[in-house]
Design a protein around this ligand. Structure first.
Ligand SMILES: [Zn+2]
Length: 95
């Protein structure tokens, strides 16, 4: 039985995604969130270890200096900003 395909991601390649599913990363993330339980941008509980410099833009995956705790909503809006940043130079969508 073939699994149903998810919608294709047109704007982002899923190259590094599998690294987030390793045992090593989950274990690291759990430890990190225990030490850093509060979101760096608001005061909600952090649920995500975010890469300050995104891995796909050249950030180091395992560099602890490149990690910060974020809640899901801050992480989503940060990812959105990063996606925008790549096209901001070519297109102006504010006019
Ligand atoms: Zn937050």
């Amino acid at each position: 039985m073939p699994e149903p395909r998810k919608r294709k991601q047109m704007h982002e390649r899923r190259v590094v995604e599998h690294r987030y599913n390793t045992h090593r990363w989950r274990k690291y993330r759990d430890g990190f969130l225990k030490l850093n339980p509060i979101c760096a941008e608001c005061d909600n509980a952090a649920t995500v270890v975010d890469h300050i410099e995104p891995v796909r833009l050249g950030g180091e995956f395992w560099d602890t200096d490149n990690h910060q705790p974020l809640c899901a909503s801050c992480h989503n809006s940060k990812s959105g900003r990063e996606a925008h940043r790549r096209v901001a130079y070519g297109k102006k969508d504010s006019r």
